[in-house]
Design a protein around this ligand. Structure first.
Ligand SMILES: Cc1cc2nc3c(=O)[nH]c(=O)nc-3n(C[C@H](O)[C@H](O)[C@H](O)COP(=O)(O)OP(=O)(O)OC[C@H]3O[C@@H](n4cnc5c(N)ncnc54)[C@H](O)[C@@H]3O)c2cc1C
Length: 396
């Protein structure tokens, strides 16, 4: 196999999802010599990404945002308006905001990715002072998952449920047809700024996830409850990925995992894009100053936050629908700082500890707290068979 010599570079970024592209772009802008690798570097990303507006870094232009929802809604037993702007990112806008004009971009698949060398499928070897591994998440298997089935519906059709500039972040109203003995899921629905609204039934924390057919059925039940009927030709998207991809260990001589691959997938929300974008400059600055990016990205406080969020993920994966509603009701009554500590902040461990404690302490009836912390029903939904689901009262 022919091995062509490629000049040494400062940084090699393997994988050009939103994370890798942002990292390569910012490293290039900082004056580093960058090589970026992806089999399809110019392809627009498939998923629709959203986040809280205040999570995005200052350097990102507003053209990366497709639409903003000033105060999204969470439905538990009651309606909570969250006074914190939320946005849907524009895929072309984000892509254009991250040009790689001064980087070397190779349309290739990496075969091996090491601390200082990357071997490509065609045999080329790249050597770099720092290699970032931004290849995204490994396969799900039986890991704790985010599963979602999203249907894109025209704004006029969606209007009875979601008006312009409004959004349902978590809709736990009992309208999805699932009974009390079935694993819970909620609806996520936001306008995308292109004339459509996504309706996405979502399950968080189940080992192996919830199947698409179940999620689709639940989405359609919710729409029907609001008098919305679909043609069946609407486009859809599917999500099935692990939520428990850990941060890298310190002092291990591997490429630096970054983005969803490097512990930035939030274990309780399934989001990683905004946090990764916000941390890009921390990684680039570390490289510029010859420091260890892993140590800079993952100080003790951030690792503690990750550890606590993992407790949250395990809790999510064993609750019933009623318990989830009680728990989210308690959580969304917490202070804005407490909510932010769980949902966004990378290292606010004191506020996160407090909000987790208070959420458990305010969940009622008392005995449900044992489920929340895992003293009882630790593996409630393990190996749940969705094809044998009981016919619940709600479905009859
Ligand atoms: C339907 C759906 C909706 C989602 N919604 C949101 C959301 O609203 N907000 C949010 O934050 N997150 C959301 N997510 C999660 C989201 O996928 C990830 O957060 C995000 O894509 C992670 O970005 P990344 O750059 O880390 O990895 P990825 O986007 O997975 O990118 C990895 C890249 O690496 C490349 N690659 C893989 N192997 C190789 C190799 N061997 N050599 C070279 N390149 C390689 C791939 O081609 C790809 O371009 C959603 C996911 C799905 C599926």
């Amino acid at each position: 196999m022919g091995v062509s010599a490629v000049p040494n570079v400062d940084v090699c970024v393997v994988g050009l999802g939103p994370t890798g592209r942002a990292l390569a772009h910012r490293a290039m802008r900082a004056g580093l010599r960058v090589t970026a690798i992806d089999p399809r570097p110019d392809r627009l990303w498939a998923p629709t990404y959203s986040c809280w507006v205040d999570e995005l870094p200052q350097w990102l232009p507003s053209s990366a945002i497709a639409t903003t929802i000033p105060a999204p809604t969470v439905w538990t037993k009651v309606e909570h308006r969250i006074d914190r702007p939320y946005c849907v990112l524009s895929k072309p806008g984000l892509h254009e905001a991250l040009p790689l004009d001064d980087a070397t971009v190779l349309a290739q698949r990496a075969r091996t990715v090491d601390a200082h060398t990357v071997e490509l499928a065609d045999g080329t070897t790249i050597s770099a002072a720092t290699v970032f591994d931004t290849r995204g998440l490994p396969a799900l298997g039986k890991r704790r998952a985010a599963s979602a089935h999203g249907i894109f519906v025209a704004e006029e059709t969606a209007a009875p449920m979601v008006a312009a500039h409004e959004g349902l972040l978590l809709d736990w109203r009992p309208e999805n047809g699932a009974g009390p003995d079935e694993p819970p899921s909620f609806l996520y629905s936001v306008p995308l700024g292109d004339g459509t609204v996504i309706f996405e039934e979502t399950s968080l924390g189940l080992r192996g996830g919830m199947p698409q057919h179940e999620l689709r059925k639940r989405t359609l039940n919710r729409l029907a409850a609001h008098g919305i009927r679909l043609t069946g030709d609407e486009p859809s998207e599917a999500a099935h990925y692990p939520l428990d991809q850990p941060p890298p260990k310190k002092g291990v001589a591997h490429a630096v995992p970054f983005g969803s691959r490097g512990g930035m997938m939030h274990p309780c929300t399934g989001y990683s894009v905004a946090d990764s974008l916000a941390l890009v400059d921390t990684a680039v600055t570390a490289v510029l100053h010859g420091r260890d990016p892993v140590a800079e990205l993952w100080p003790r406080q951030a690792r503690l936050v990750y550890w606590m969020r993992m407790r949250g993920l395990w809790g999510l994966g064993r609750l019933t629908t009623e318990q989830s509603i009680a728990m989210f009701d308690a959580f969304f009554s917490a202070s804005p700082r407490g909510q932010r500590a769980l949902l966004s902040a990378h290292d606010d461990y004191t506020a996160l500890g407090a909000v987790l404690f208070n959420t458990v302490a305010h969940t009622w009836p008392f005995r449900w707290r044992y489920d929340l912390v895992g003293w009882t029903h630790r593996n409630r939904w393990l190996d749940y068979d969705f094809d044998q689901a009981p016919v619940s009262a709600a479905r009859r």
